[in-house]
Design a protein around this ligand. Structure first.
Ligand code: GSH
Length: 304
């Protein structure tokens, strides 16, 4: 059976990015469904408190954030690459820009109202919206958000205007998956769906991406995933580790995600290269695990 375990939920656009990445590589993977709202005891048992999805588990190694997960998938299965060799910087830039559509759509839906289930709205209001952001005011910015969305989608249309099948050329890349996943939410309301009107290249591209599929999905239970972590050893880091100035392996640290409400994680600093942060944690149910984050977007605070 596949060693790849993805912790996610079906409605998550960011998880769709990774499900499609697994489809691009035609991989089999075990699918653990995580709750959409807090509490998420089994998910956080593995991550140490990071609540977002998707999360990739490989034995006792836990990889948080799609920006890291796509890189790990490229290491595990280099062909076809998710980030075209020589175009990694372009791929990353387009991905980061295109994913701004995600929060644009979410804020438009908060403003429109009655799109998401009530418990979901309450959870996000209470735990994921910064205290200085007044969601009641979201109804006043719906028009602005819809135009921001249209602007982003028109940029995609112009990138595809020369007839190329994918944003960076002939092969699908992370840029496509990052641009596509926020758009799967548009059908939830006619006002967002309308932003696709007349953009035929985008519509055809979306169909092309959807057809990639998700690889081979094997349903799996979170308790079994925790047991796999407990009975596995984290993979030893190879190479020259890098640490922030003044920190060293074993220091007690707090990982602070830039994205508000992701949940912070404490543990001992573990060796890692420049592209990721690694934290060692020990729990009764999951045993010794290493939780990995992409270097970008995550800060480290020394606790000792
Ligand atoms: N930067 C993260 C963003 C992931 C993200 O925001 N995921 C959403 C679901 S699409 C989430 O986890 N929301 C909070 C939750 O489900 O508890 C990544 O690239 O993985």
């Amino acid at each position: 059976m596949s060693d790849l375990i993805i912790h996610h939920y079906d409605m998550s656009p960011f998880a769709e990015k990774i499900r499609l990445a697994l489809g691009v590589k035609d991989l089999a993977w075990r699918s653990v469904q995580t709750p959409m709202i807090l509490p998420k005891p089994d998910h956080c048992e593995l991550t140490g408190g990071y609540r977002r999805v998707p999360v990739l588990q490989l034995g006792a190694d836990i990889y948080c954030d799609t920006h890291l997960i796509t890189r790990v998938l490229d290491q595990i299965q280099p062909n076809p690459p998710l980030s075209p060799p020589g175009q990694e910087g372009v791929d990353l830039s387009v991905s980061r820009w295109a994913e701004t559509s995600f929060m644009i759509v979410i804020l438009a839906y908060f403003g429109i109202g009655d799109v998401f289930p009530e418990d979901f709205v309450e959870d996000r209001k209470n735990t994921m919206i910064p205290p200085d952001m007044n969601l009641e005011g979201a109804s006043h910015i719906v028009g602005t958000k819809l135009l921001q969305l249209r602007n982003n989608i028109e940029q995609l249309e112009s990138m595809l205007a020369d007839g190329r099948p994918y944003l960076l050329g002939d092969s699908v890349s992370t840029a496509d998956l990052s641009a596509y996943h926020p758009l799967i939410l548009l059908g939830m309301h006619e006002r967002t769906q309308a932003q696709l009107a007349g953009l035929n290249a985008v519509a055809e591209w979306m169909t092309r991406i959807r057809k990639i599929g998700h690889g081979e999905v094997i349903p799996f239970q979170s308790t079994e995933a925790i047991e796999i972590a407990r009975t596995s050893e984290p993979v030893a880091f190879e190479g020259d580790p890098v640490y922030p100035d003044g920190m060293k392996e074993g220091d007690q640290v707090l990982v602070l995600p830039d994205e508000y409400g992701s949940g912070s994680v404490t543990g001992q600093l573990a060796p890692s290269g420049i592209r990721e942060i690694a934290i060692h944690r020990s729990t009764e149910r999951a045993g010794d695990v290493i939780v990995h984050f992409p270097r970008e977007d995550y800060a480290l605070l020394a606790l000792s």
